[in-house]
Design a binder for this molecule. Structure first.
Ligand code: ZN
Length: 261
């Protein structure tokens, strides 16, 4: 049993297990996503000991009932107890589904913060993990891009895809997108050359339209667009995540290769 300081409050929450890292020889640091407290990191002392009460009680992509001592300040909280309420066992039978589930959990861990209401992200991740456990997606890559788009929307980073009727016309299918401002460059208002070139990406009309469809879709769908549009969206979301959330592209590239292989 963990001891808690007098400034801790005991809390109970549904929690999705996002990451498990070893800590000392026998302990784990476990990162969770809860609807009410956002991302919660707990230390599970003695997790790997044969007689630990935590054995089999949590694993990646499980939803658990979590009891923990919440500290006033952010940081690592002490866990009191947890038990699984949804184990999503079929995920373990498919390497592709389990890899994608781990990727979505890791991406969510990097993109969320503690002490913040996160009910929307919690529901998104639950729905996505349930779907992966229940049946094979028709389009694995479409599934990943759908999740990345909705995660951006829910954490308040959705790109603004509004066009300017003067600068962005049908004759020019490529538009300049500014990463820092998260919107297309409007040249008749901001003037040319005010943005650093490395903060810009060129986005094709078709990619913009696909991203809008992704953002409006309540469930993943198979992408029927040409390969160039699909590739354009893969690239754009990768660049956008790296710019705003400092997400390393290497992990994502490995995932993309696995899904397309
Ligand atoms: Zn304009």
């Amino acid at each position: 049993m963990e001891t808690a300081s007098s400034s801790s409050l005991i809390e109970k929450a549904q929690a999705i297990c996002l990451q498990i890292h070893p800590w000392s020889k026998t302990s784990h640091i476990v990162t969770w996503l809860t609807p009410g407290f956002g991302k919660v990191t707990t230390v599970v002392k003695g997790a790997c000991r044969a007689k630990s009460a935590f054995l089999g009680q949590y694993d990646l992509a499980y939803t658990c009932e979590l009891l923990f001592y919440r500290r006033e300040r952010e940081g690592v909280h002490a866990i009191r107890e947890c038990w699984p309420v949804c184990m999503r066992e079929p995920l373990r039978l498919s390497w592709r589904a389990s890899s994608l589930a781990a990727y979505l959990c890791g991406l969510t861990a990097r993109s969320t913060v503690g002490a913040q209401e996160s009910g929307g992200v919690f529901r998104l991740l639950s729905t996505a993990l349930d779907a992966l456990a229940e049946e094979k997606p028709q389009d694995w890559l479409g599934f990943l891009l759908w999740y990345e788009t909705h995660l951006l929307r829910l954490i308040g980073f959705m790109p603004d895809l509004t066009l300017c009727p003067i600068c962005h016309t049908e004759e020019h299918p490529w538009f300049r997108f500014s990463l820092p401002s998260g919107r297309f460059v409007c040249e008749h208002q901001s003037g040319r050359g005010t943005e650093r070139p490395d903060n810009m990406v060129q986005l094709h009309q078709g990619v913009r339209k696909l991203l809008i469809r992704m953002g409006n879709a309540s469930a993943p769908f198979p992408i029927a667009d040409p390969d160039s549009v699909r590739t354009g969206l893969i690239r754009f979301l990768g660049i956008f995540y790296r710019f705003h959330l400092d997400l390393p592209l290497s992990e994502r590239n490995v995932m993309l290769e696995l899904l397309q292989g």
